[in-house]
Design a protein around this ligand. Structure first.
Ligand code: ATP
Length: 215
C-alpha cells in the first residue's frame, strides 16, 4: 500500500508528524510519503518558499524510517493538483497496488472544489482524519462521497487499489501552521510545536518575520 499525505507544510509541525505516524500504525504500513504542494491553488501565497518548506521537512524527518519526502509537486512547475499527483503515482505503481491519500476533515470538506475531484476515487482510497471542529457539512459532496464509499475496515483498502473512504480518529495535537507563523511574527517561541531543527531554520532564515534575522 502506498500512502501519501499532502499539505502546504508552511511550516511542518508535530501535529503533521504525529498524524503521519498514527496513520502508518493504523494502516500497518512501513512508509508514509509527505507531499508538500508547490503553489497551493486554494491557499494563495505561502509564508516560506517551496524550497524552504522542503528543507524544513527534510530536517524534521531526518533519521525517521517511516516518514519520507516526495517532492514531486514542487518539482512540477505550476499549481499542485492532487488528481494529477495521484495519476502520476498510479502510472508508477501500476493498476493493482493500493494507493491511499490522507487528508484532514478540514481539507476534505471542500473536496468538490478540487480540480477533477470526481476522478480521485478511481485513482486512490481516501483516509479522512477527523479534526475537532471540522465536521463535514451535511449534504456536501464530501459527505455524500464518504457515505457512498465508506468502510470501517483497513483490509478493504488492501484488497482494492482505490475507491474506498476510511475515517480515522487518532488523538491529534492541537497545533497549526498558522499558529506557528503568528508566534514567529510576534517574536514568541515555537519550541515543542515543531522539531528544534525547524525552529532554528525559521529563526536563522528570518522566515515568517522572525526577529533574530531582522535585528
Ligand atoms: P495552516 O494553519 O497554514 O492552514 P495546517 O497546520 O492546517 O496549516 P496544512 O499543511 O494545511 O497544515 O495541512 C496539511 C494536512 O494536515 C491537512 O490535511 C490538515 O488537515 C492536516 N493537519 C494540519 N494540522 C494538523 C494537526 N495538528 N493534526 C493533524 N492533522 C493536521
Amino acid at each position: 500500500m502506498h500512502v501519501i499525505y499532502g499539505g502546504t507544510f508552511d511550516p511542518i509541525h508535530h501535529g503533521h508528524l504525529r498524524l503521519a505516524l498514527e496513520v502508518s500504525e493504523a494502516l500497518s504500513v512501513s512508509r508514509v510519503h509527505l507531499v508538500p504542494s508547490h503553489i497551493p491553488p486554494h491557499k494563495g501565497v505561502t509564508g516560506a518558499s517551496s524550497e524552504q518548506r522542503l528543507e524544513m521537512i527534510r530536517q524534521a524527518i531526518a533519521g525517521d524510517s517511516v516518514l519520507t519526502l516526495d517532492d514531486r509537486e514542487v518539482r512540477r512547475a505550476g499549481a499542485s493538483y492532487t488528481a494529477e499527483t495521484l495519476r502520476q503515482l498510479r502510472a508508477e505503481l501500476g493498476p493493482e497496488r493500493p494507493l491511499v491519500m490522507v487528508v484532514g476533515t478540514d481539507a476534505f470538506s471542500s473536496f468538490d472544489l478540487w480540480r477533477e475531484w470526481q476522478a480521485i476515487p478511481g485513482l486512490a482510497h481516501i483516509v479522512v482524519v477527523r479534526r475537532p471542529g471540522a465536521d463535514l457539512p451535511v449534504g456536501s459532496e464530501a459527505a455524500r462521497l464518504m457515505a457512498a464509499r465508506r468502510t470501517e475496515s483497513v483490509s478493504d483498502l488492501q484488497v482494492q487499489p482505490s475507491g474506498r473512504v476510511l475515517e480515522l480518529e487518532p488523538p491529534l495535537l492541537d497545533i497549526s501552521a498558522t499558529g506557528i507563523r503568528q508566534r514567529v511574527a510576534e517574536g514568541r517561541s515555537t519550541r515543542y510545536l515543531t522539531p528544534d531543527t525547524v525552529c532554528q531554520y525559521i529563526e536563522a532564515g528570518g522566515l515568517y518575520g522572525a526577529r533574530s534575522a531582522r535585528e
